[in-house]
Design a protein around this ligand. Structure first.
Ligand code: 4GT
Length: 247
């Protein structure tokens, strides 16, 4: 069983306790698949006032996380194990399924959460080796981004989710969105369930699910189809959708 160690550096350690002690995260830790540790950057302030931020050179307001404090914190947590030190940042590369998958193969991740207006660039230059963004919007701190990354990564570790391989069918795992799902009752407020799902024909169910996934992706996220692995059946079905739309 392959486990992952995740260290988080933050000014708001309490933001992690609720999420990391609930449901999937708790199970992952209980099963020994996740070793999670949070570190308070303020413990590395190294001055009596515990000051961690200062005004930006050049003016403009807001406060900047000091380079010496953050570098000291990272160096204290880092071992010589070559673990990537990742800053959560709106300037980072976008977190997509492929990035989460790549990170889930690592034995250890060190996540750094910025706050205030940002982080002194010299700490990034000296102590950070990767920057990741969870989307094109700005948050008040990197903590929620770190939690999103942790959730996306940990659920890909074999054994964390109940059904082995259920992740393979997720939206994005195969480059397409997932189609619709149904469960009991078979009739609800006048709405039924597609007959193929109750037909017992597994091959037909698989084909229907694949087509629903392709249709939904084509309608909502056509950009994803440019990089999705498609077979001849997929291409023929998409061509059919294009033709029907062209009428
Ligand atoms: C957005 C993201 C992030 C922020 C993102 C430094 C000051 C960054 C506050 C922080 N905003 N962090 N990781 N899109 N804000 O991932």
């Amino acid at each position: 069983m392959k486990a992952i160690k995740i260290d988080v550096l933050t000014l708001f350690p309490d933001m992690f306790s609720a999420v990391m002690s609930e449901s999937m995260m708790w199970k992952a830790r209980d099963q020994g698949l996740l070793d999670f540790q949070v570190h308070d950057i303020r413990d590395y302030a190294g001055n009596r006032q515990r000051k961690v931020d200062d005004a930006p050179y050049g003016g403009g307001g807001g406060m900047i996380l000091k380079a010496d404090v953050l570098t000291r914190a990272i160096e204290a947590v880092k071992a010589e194990d070559g673990a990537p030190v990742i800053l959560l940042s709106p300037q980072g590369r976008l977190l997509r399924h492929e990035v989460a998958s790549e990170l889930s193969q690592q034995p250890r991740l060190i996540l750094v959460c910025g706050h205030y207006e940002g982080v002194d660039e010299r700490a990034i230059e000296l102590a950070i080796n990767d920057e990741i963004s969870i989307g094109d919007y700005v948050l008040t701190g990197g903590e929620l981004a770190a939690l999103v990354l942790i959730d996306a990564v940990v659920r890909l570790i074999p054994g964390v989710l109940g059904a082995e391989g259920a992740q393979q069918r997720d939206s994005h795992a195969d480059g397409a969105l997932e189609g619709p799902h149904y469960t009991r009752p078979s009739a609800f407020r006048g709405l039924g369930v597609p007959a193929v799902l109750t037909s017992g024909h597994h091959a037909e169910v698989d084909r229907w699910r694949r087509r629903q996934a392709l249709k939904r992706t084509w309608e909502r996220r056509p950009d994803l189809l440019l990089n999705a692995p498609l077979d001849d059946d997929d291409r023929a079905y998409l061509a059919q959708l294009e033709d029907a739309a062209g009428d």
